[in-house]
Write a protein that binds this ligand. Sequence first.
Ligand code: CA
Length: 310
Amino acid sequence: MTMPYRVSSQHVTYVFGPQIRPVLEVPPQAVIVCETLDAASGRIRTQEDALTLSYPPEQGNPATGPIAVRGAQPGQTLAVRIVAIALGPCGCGRVKRGGIIFDELHPPAAVLTPVQDHTVAFKGLTFPARPMLGVIGTAPAGEAVPTFYPGPHGGNLDINAVRPGATVYLPVSVPGALLALGDVHASMGDGELNGGGLDIAAEVTIEVDVRPGLPCRRPLIETDDAWSVCANGPTLPEALRMATREMTTLLATRLDLSREEAFILIGAAGDARIGQAAQLPGLDATAYLQISKTILPSVFDGTAAPGRQR
Ligand code: CA
């Protein structure tokens, strides 16, 4: 077996942008192990650090990379399969900057959570880890975007479907795509309602490939049984509206339906899910809309589900 490529956590970026020099170039179908720092860039080592450390949002959420994928050209799609996420030894959850009931609490507060054998220890409780990737994106063609923000390029999606086994499809806007990723959580509830989940360092193994362009202006996630369209907006309803609009286009295009028929199909079978709705100052909410593969088997051709009747 070919040895995977490796990118150390010394190679991080705090922005997605066309001017950021890639730290690695790989061919399509390469497997890459990315060491990722936690969302606080490894600066939290003690309970005291967790209680006192603060930094501007644009100095958090480091993303390992960027990685250039040879041959990826604007208009194509970058497929990133999350092969595995190996967690570091300790996660951290905090009440520090915000969260949906922040104004009702007495911050700061923090819990350091040792993680061993895929199990999280939380103040005497234990529960299974649910590793997921908060930040994954490609470079936009225009102005650089801090890794703190979500957008059409991906970025700080905080969507629980981005977990081992999933494939994330991102737009290629500049040659090589310039992929970067990070912000792993040992576990994050849907909505990430305290604004952080359990932040943790990790090693993320990915496989990258280049695909044709998609009829969708937002990142897509493929899991075993579903497709999800990612979206963001100043409020959760606005994020859901964007996800619905994009899924309507995708279904109409791929299943040969009118937009009205596609919207009715979403009403019948689309599952709206919350990514991040912590209401942190200046940060969009994220949402995603899932549709089963029994309805939409593939986004790359017009193949209809078996048994579909017109
Ligand atoms: Ca995040």
